[in-house]
Design a protein around this ligand. Structure first.
Ligand code: SF4
Length: 511
């Protein structure tokens, strides 16, 4: 039975894949479920993407703008303009009626540009990303193939080429695959949106960050004790467990032991991988979550020193800037002889990036002069990788960066070795809460800080800029205070461990 006609658009492909693959998000958006407001970072990405598109559009010279009006009317005009050989059509509408999986479908697509080049037509999209591949941004190729398919069906001619204009100004092209990918996309979308209820998709700390359905999915997952809440259980493992009849934390503990779990395979890139040694840790995470109680594991070797530098950076990924960039280098000394907060905020000027790096090195030089070799405590590997990047980029003639590198202490792996948290993540924001640290700002986070910094760069209002910088600096200083609080909490864990002689973690590998 064909049934009622379903309207699909290339946006459905985007909903399925961006920012990460999730059929549940596609289902919710298709049926218009209420979505939480997008955060400042999502708004920033949206604005930058629009700016990138306008910039490219202006560089093409004259174009015919079809960006407004009803879809049917625009689709008719698009065909007319193509038949007339109009060189640049902006936001033309392609459409086709077809049967997919026995269902009548009206499919729509709005490519950024239809370009008449020589004897053939090129379909082009503008995207902020700098890389496009099956692993990174599969939605970009899938959407272009979808447009190609609609173009062929409505014009009766294959597109000559599919192109994407990337954030770094390069143009990448690939051939039209005669509708193969589009047919696959259509089948997956139809089977998702015609399901009786929202399909299962594992929750995941990084996957769900910034998603408008976060609260809905996480409340549901917590209520049923979903196995994907466990730290160390990635999405493929959650799905593999589910296929084996285990969808909750309770079932995991009831049905699996270290030996059986270690033998379970889940997809891993193009092959598969057994859970192996991670099994014991996952079962401990499950026990902690079930009992709602952290499990101390072992004393960990923490650096000993009368003073410590709290160290934290804020930066942009390369797709948001011309280069991968740190805009704030934060330091503050804690311990017997503390110092005030010493930030190096890159000035908003042409060589601001270099100036920010130089100022950071001079702050570190002063710290070393006053305290000698002193541990720089930080959270996760970002700080290490960025110092190495800047050392390559601008050099380190005095050897200060080298000395900082030699004194870095990443607390994240130490925390994982010290304690099994009854939490789904070991991000600083989670661990600081466990350590009892409280922030003063309601809004904060790396993405929030990035969006704010961009706002400060854009505004001509000096007092607003100053106010934004004050907020960013307070956030960064509180990251340092939180790192110090977690360090002291870890010391406390060590003491408690010494007192109670809790079991050794030697058989438990770090997560
Ligand atoms: S919150 Fe997570 S699981 Fe839910 S729709 Fe968003 S990405 Fe998918």
């Amino acid at each position: 039975m064909i049934g009622e006609r379903i309207e699909l658009t290339a946006e459905n492909i985007y909903d399925l894949h961006y920012p990460t693959y999730c059929p549940r998000r596609l289902f919710y958006r298709f049926y218009g479920w209420e979505e939480g407001p997008s955060g400042p970072f999502e708004q920033l990405i949206f604005e930058l993407a629009q700016r990138h598109e306008v910039c490219h559009l202006n560089s093409t010279g004259e174009y015919t703008d079809l960006s407004s009006g009803g879809l049917r009317e625009r689709a008719a005009i698009t065909i007319d303009l193509i038949e007339k050989g109009t060189p640049f059509i902006y936001q033309g509408v392609l459409s086709s009626t077809l049967i997919v999986e026995g269902r009548a479908v009206q499919a729509w697509g709005i490519p950024d540009l239809l370009v008449h080049k020589g004897p053939c037509w090129v379909i082009r999209d503008c995207k902020l990303t700098r890389k496009v591949s099956e692993e990174k941004h599969p939605e970009i190729k899938a959407q272009l193939q979808f447009y190609g398919f609609l173009f062929e069906r409505s014009i009766r001619e294959k597109p000559g080429k599919l192109e994407v204009f990337l954030g770094d100004g390069s143009m990448v092209d690939f051939p039209y695959d005669d509708g193969r990918s589009a047919t696959e996309s259509l089948k997956e979308i139809i089977s998702t949106v015609t399901a009786k209820e929202a399909p299962y998709s594992p929750v995941n700390w990084s996957k769900c960050q910034g998603c408008g359905f976060h609260q809905l999915c996480w409340e549901e997952a917590r209520a049923r004790g979903d196995v994907s809440l466990l730290y160390g259980v990635d999405q493929n493992l959650a799905l593999a467990l589910r296929e084996n009849g285990t969808s909750t934390v309770d079932q995991l503990l009831a049905n699996w032991d270290e030996s059986s779990l270690s033998k379970l395979s889940r997809p891993w890139g193009s092959s598969s991988r057994k859970v192996g040694k991670e099994a014991s840790r996952i079962l401990l995470q499950a026990k902690a979550m079930k009992d709602k109680r952290n499990i101390p594991l072992a004393r960990v070797k923490l650096p000993e020193s009368p003073n410590f530098v709290g160290f934290d950076l804020e930066g942009f990924p390369p797709y948001l800037n011309q280069i991968e960039r740190v805009y704030l280098w934060g330091t503050k000394v804690y311990g017997e002889n503390p110092s005030p907060y010493r930030p190096s905020l890159s000035p908003i000027e042409e060589d601001g990036d270099l100036k920010g790096w130089k100022k950071f090195l001079s702050i570190c030089e002063e710290i070393f002069a006053k305290y000698g070799d002193i541990p720089f405590i930080h959270w996760a590997p970002y700080e290490t990788s960025k110092i190495k990047l800047y050392r390559r980029r601008y050099g380190d003639p005095e050897g200060i960066a080298e000395r900082v590198l030699g004194n870095l202490v990443d607390l994240l792996p130490l925390a994982r070795r010290a304690i099994v948290l009854a939490e789904p993540s070991y991000s600083l924001k989670v661990v600081e809460r466990v350590a009892g640290f409280k922030r003063s700002q309601d809004e904060y986070g790396g993405d929030w800080s990035m969006a704010k910094y961009f706002q400060a760069v854009e505004t001509q209002d000096k007092s607003l800029r100053k106010e934004i910088f004050t907020q960013i600096l307070r956030y960064n200083e509180e990251d340092l205070d939180a790192t110090w609080a977690v360090f002291q909490w870890l010391r406390g864990q060590n003491e408690a461990h010494r007192g109670s002689k809790l079991g050794c973690s030697s058989s438990v590998p770090p997560a």
